[in-house]
Design a protein around this ligand. Structure first.
Ligand SMILES: NC(=O)c1ccc[n+]([C@@H]2O[C@H](COP(=O)([O-])OP(=O)(O)OC[C@H]3O[C@@H](n4cnc5c(N)ncnc54)[C@H](O)[C@@H]3O)[C@@H](O)[C@H]2O)c1
Length: 325
C-alpha cells in the first residue's frame, strides 16, 4: 500500500478508531477520519479515542462532520481520496426498534451521500460495513455470503442490507469498486458501551443484576477487533476485478460461543460472580450467528489470531484500568 489517501468515516467509533490506530503505523498513508461524535453512547469515550489518534501521528487528520453535511462534497473535492472506508452508521439492533428514524438518516441518507461522492470522485475502492444481522433467522450454519438475506429481522439489518444492494447498483452502473464487510459481533478494548461485554462487566463490578435474554442460550460468533482491522487492512488493496466490481465478505471468528460461557469468561477474568436475571428471547433477536470465512481466506489468507478467552482478558484489563471500582 503506497502513498494512498484514505477517508475513514466513523473514526471516533469503536471499529473506526482501531482501524485508524493500525493504519497510522504505515507512514506512506495519508488518513482523514470523520465523525459527527453523536451521543448514542458516551461522548467522552469517542473524544478519548480521537485524542489518542491525534497524538499518535501527523499523517492523521480528524474532522468533525456529519455524513449528510453539504461539506462532504467539498471534502471529497479537496482531499482527492484514493480509498473510502465507510464505517459510520447508527449501530445497534435493539435501538432500531424504537428509533428507526436514526437509521434512515444515518444508514440510508448518510450512506447514499458517501457512496455517491465516492462514485463521482472516482474512488478506487469503496469499502463499507455491513453486518451478520442481514442473515436474519437463517438456520444453516456456517453462514455463507450467498445465503438468503431477504428477510432481515430488524430495521437495522434492513438498512444494512439496503447498503449492500445500493453498493451493487453503483458497481454495476458506475463501475465503482465496492466491498461490503459483514462483521460478526466485534469486541475489544475501547468497545461500545451498548454491547454485552461492557454491560456484563459493568453490572458485575457494580453488583447489579444483568439481563440474560433467551436464558443465555444465544450463540454469538465473537470476533476480536484486531482480527477485524487486520482483515480490513489487507482488503484495501484488493478490490474486485470483475466486470461488476462488487464483492462481499463475512468477517467472523467462525467459532460461536453461548452467552453463558461468554459470561463465565468475564466472571473469571474479573474474579467476581454475576447476579443474573434470566429473561425470554427479545423481539428481533437472532438465536445464533456463525460465519463462514472461506471466501475471505481465499482472498486475503484471513486467519483468526485471538481466541475468545484471550480477547476477553485483553478487554477486561482495559476495562479495569479505565473504570475505578
Ligand atoms: N461492532 C460490531 O460488532 C458491529 C457488527 C456489525 C456491524 N457493525 C458496523 O460497523 C460499523 C462500525 O461499528 P462500531 O461498532 O464501530 O460502531 P460505533 O457506534 O462505535 O461507530 C460508529 C461511528 O459513526 C458515527 N456516526 C454515526 N452517524 C454519523 C453521521 N451521520 N455522521 C458522521 N458520523 C456518524 C458515530 O458517532 C460513531 O462514532 C457500523 O457501520 C456498524 O453498523 C459493527
Amino acid at each position: 500500500m503506497k502513498n494512498k489517501k484514505i477517508l475513514i468515516t466513523g473514526s471516533a467509533g469503536f471499529i473506526g478508531f482501531h482501524l485508524c490506530k493500525d493504519l497510522i503505523k504505515n507512514k506512506n498513508l495519508s488518513l482523514v477520519g470523520i465523525d459527527n461524535v453523536n451521543n448514542y453512547y458516551d461522548v467522552k469515550l469517542k473524544k478519548e479515542r480521537i485524542n489518542i489518534l491525534k497524538k499518535l501521528s501527523t499523517n492523521f487528520k480528524f474532522i468533525k462532520i456529519d455524513l449528510n453535511s453539504r461539506k462532504i462534497k467539498e471534502l471529497f473535492f479537496k482531499e482527492k481520496f484514493d480509498v473510502v472506508i465507510h464505517l459510520a452508521a447508527q449501530a445497534g439492533v435493539r435501538y432500531s426498534i424504537s428509533n428507526p428514524e436514526a437509521y434512515v438518516i444515518n444508514n440510508l441518507n448518510g450512506f447514499f451521500n458517501i457512496i455517491n461522492q465516492s462514485s463521482r470522485n472516482k474512488i478506487k475502492h469503496f469499502i463499507f460495513a455491513s453486518t451478520s444481522s442481514v442473515y436474519g433467522d437463517n438456520s444453516k450454519f456456517p453462514l455463507k455470503e450467498h445465503y438468503d438475506t431477504d428477510k432481515p429481522l430488524t430495521f437495522y439489518a434492513a438498512t444494512k442490507k439496503s447498503n449492500e444492494v445500493i453498493a451493487y447498483s453503483y458497481s454495476n452502473i458506475h463501475k465503482l469498486p465496492a466491498t461490503g464487510l459483514r462483521f460478526f459481533t466485534v469486541y475489544g478494548p475501547y468497545g461500545r458501551p451498548d454491547m454485552a461485554l461492557y454491560k456484563f462487566a459493568n453490572s458485575i463490578m457494580k453488583n447489579k443484576f444483568l439481563n440474560m435474554f433467551n436464558y443465555g442460550n444465544h450463540k454469538r460468533d465473537f470476533t476480536y477487533i484486531d482480527d477485524v482491522t487486520n482483515a480490513i487492512k489487507k482488503i484495501i488493496s484488493k478490490p474486485s476485478k470483475d466486470k461488476i466490481p462488487y464483492q462481499l465478505f463475512n468477517i467472523a471468528s467462525s467459532s460461536p460461543e453461548n452467552l453463558k460461557k461468554f459470561l463465565r469468561y468475564i466472571e473469571n477474568r474479573l474474579g467476581k460472580k454475576a447476579k443474573i436475571k434470566y429473561l425470554p428471547l427479545q423481539k428481533g433477536d437472532i438465536y445464533q450467528t456463525f460465519g463462514d470465512t472461506s471466501k475471505l481466506k481465499k482472498k486475503i489468507n484471513f486467519k483468526i489470531r485471538t481466541s475468545l478467552e484471550e480477547g476477553i482478558t485483553k478487554y477486561v484489563n482495559w476495562f479495569l484500568k479505565k473504570n475505578k471500582f
